[in-house]
Design a protein around this ligand. Structure first.
Ligand code: SF4
Length: 392
């Protein structure tokens, strides 16, 4: 299915009309109230639009059929609705569905629907590409494109929810910011997106998890918010030296500083933190690392997800053997740490973070060009998370 799109489609940066999907609900309400007042329309028109926006998830004003035609036309002249198009839709034999979205300026962004027996999780992207340069990640390999707007991030949710409803996948129960990009390097867009998903689309804060490789100022900002959003830390090694080889940002925000920030986050609101630990054979799965991982997890009461490495193109690493994964699981369990082994999903559809985009970029630009795209070298975005983000 290809989601329907707004009639006028321009690159978002060149369109002067405010994108309603990028505004938090209070701003939408104010913008619509002013619009309809100027047009001498009754106040309930704003509520009608908000209902279409958040409950029906329409992608154009033309679909708001309980508004008079002239009001739909006037809305489309005054505002726009971000509406990325599905470039490809890949369905895995395990039920995982990956969308590759094409933004107005042609940038490609992925989101993944992951069904399990009792819930449907959506993994969304916060940046087109990523500048963090983590060595195990296809997105990092593909380099940084640009920051996404709040509307472009929210649109992945809105479009995916619509696709899920139309294809009998049911409602989306959880959203995780674990797709392409480092969310806390795009805080200017991610903070409003969290508000829009929570207050606009009605997704509980505890059902939304932001994943980071360790942007400490961003963790502190998230801790300062009143809502109980979840936090996942891509840890991947309890050893700072090894971690800095996997995640260049470790040099900028070393583990002791990072764990302090996580501790503050947990204490700020009694919130649960998850450690993500991708297990790569012969790289970060030495038996000696398991007790150190357990100690870090115990300190901040973190839940640990052990994830056997999902092989990516242009990188010959392999997943840890099952016996080693089990060793880590048992060591953590015996240390009193809550732990789960998460099987990679959608291997047959390149569902590893950034993989579809990396493949598409290679088709378009060739591997040498993609390999030279901007990457971070232990640098991070400005405190507000705006601008070009983590560039190196
Ligand atoms: S793991 Fe996350 S932060 Fe690192 S390169 Fe990939 S998308 Fe960026």
């Amino acid at each position: 299915m290809t989601p329907s799109t707004a009639p006028e489609r321009k690159p978002s940066g060149t369109d002067p009309r405010p994108d309603l999907l990028s505004l938090i609900p209070a701003e939408v309400e104010a913008a619509l109230a002013g619009h309809f007042e100027r047009r001498k329309q009754p106040g309930y028109r704003a509520d009608q639009v908000a209902t279409w926006l958040y409950e029906s998830g329409v992608t154009s004003f033309a679909e708001m059929t309980n508004l008079p035609l002239e009001e739909r036309t006037a809305l489309a002249e005054a505002f726009r609705l971000e509406a990325p198009e599905a470039e490809t839709i890949s369905r895995s034999s395990d039920g995982t569905v990956k969308h590759l979205w094409r933004m107005g300026d042609g940038e490609l962004v992925e989101s993944v629907l992951i069904p399990t027996s009792d819930r449907l999780t959506l993994c969304i992207s916060s940046q087109a590409g990523c500048a963090m340069g983590c060595t195990f990640c296809a997105t990092g390999w593909g380099g940084f494109g640009r920051q996404l707007t709040a509307g472009e991030i929210t649109a992945q949710f809105r479009n995916s929810r619509r696709w899920a409803e139309e294809n009998d996948y049911g409602p989306i129960n959880n959203v995780v910011f674990m797709g392409m990009g480092e969310p806390l390097a795009n805080r200017k867009a991610v903070h409003p997106t969290l508000t829009i998903l929570n207050q606009g689309f009605g997704l509980g804060a505890r059902r939304i998890t932001v994943s980071t490789v360790g942007v400490v100022p961003g963790i502190r900002e998230l801790a300062a918010r009143p809502e109980q959003f979840g936090l996942a830390l891509s840890l991947h090694s309890p050893d700072a030296e090894l971690r800095s080889e996997l995640i260049p940002l470790e040099k900028r925000h070393p583990l002791p500083e990072l764990i302090d920030a996580i501790e503050e986050f947990v204490q700020a609101g009694g919130r649960r933190v998850t450690f993500e630990y991708t297990m790569i054979r012969g790289i970060n799965d030495a038996e000696s690392l398991a007790p150190a991982l357990a100690a870090l997890a115990r300190r901040v009461h973190a839940f640990v997800n052990l994830i056997p490495f999902n092989p990516i193109p242009y990188q010959d690493w392999k997943p840890s053997v099952p016996a080693r994964v089990e060793y880590f699981r048992r060591t953590l369990d015996e240390a009193g740490v809550s732990v789960a082994v998460r099987e990679p999903r959608g291997r047959d559809i390149d569902a590893a973070c950034g993989q579809l985009r990396a493949n598409a970029l290679v088709q378009i630009e060739g591997p040498d060009t993609v390999g030279s795209r901007p990457r971070a070298r232990a640098t991070v975005a400005s405190p507000t998370g705006d601008g070009a983000g983590a560039t190196g």
